[in-house]
Write a protein that binds this ligand. Sequence first.
Ligand code: GLU
Length: 282
Amino acid sequence: MNQTSYIGRFAPSPSGPLHMGSLVTALGSFLQAKVNNGKWLLRIDDIDPPRIMAGAIESIQVTLKAHGLIWDDDVILQSQNSQYYEHILSQLSRQNLLYPCECTRAQIKAIGEFYSGTCRDKKQIQAPYSLRIKNQFNISQINDVRLGQLEVNSNATQEDFIVRRKDGLYAYHLASVADDINLGVTEIVRGEDLITATACQWALFKTLGKALPQCLHLPLVRSADGRKFSKQNHAPALNLNKTEENLIVALDHLNLPVPKHIPQQTQAILDWAIQAWADSTP
Ligand code: GLU
């Protein structure tokens, strides 16, 4: 197949097994990549060792394969990319755009909901400290492929966010943007809960002088009480004996109800979904 330059990715954190919410994101990003004749990469966000659940990295891959969601190229593990994150940090440091911050969450909360740059001009810092970026961008809108122009909370997105944590670990925004740049990702497909994160990350792309990828935010799956399906909320793991049913439910969430005449087989459902997704995309 002739591939265009479209590169998409699914980037789960291995903090637990995949659940229906993750399947919707995996499927939505997979369909976008297929419809655009592009690559679909699997990136495992394993930069936070205390949050990694034993066996999750393997179980994510087994689960995706069982649902016919086969990624291109080798799996990318963020834990292997420290060198590149350091490279990005030193670029920011050379630009004089990083500063150490010793504030605790409680101190920030006591002043207001958002970090107001307390340590920007501090001369003396006591360890331990995190590294924050001097955020020069005030992203108040993002252009979403599915949802159009979106307003974002600019208090959150103009914050000097953390790029390296007090415990020395790389922060999510830094690692995600660094990898999206390094992998040449052209479109980021993720859940609607990450709209604010996308806007913060846009600031980082711009700071690094990189072109913005496109973005597409997918609807969230919620439990009966309205909470987002997540590992923290103990969303049940996908049952691998029900992959066809799972795909049908996930496609329903993506507004693609599978017609009854489609054979209840993983590949047949996916083939139908690729066509249906293409037909429903403007
Ligand atoms: N690994 C994160 C998550 O699962 C981020 C995904 C992303 O950057 O799209 O929520």
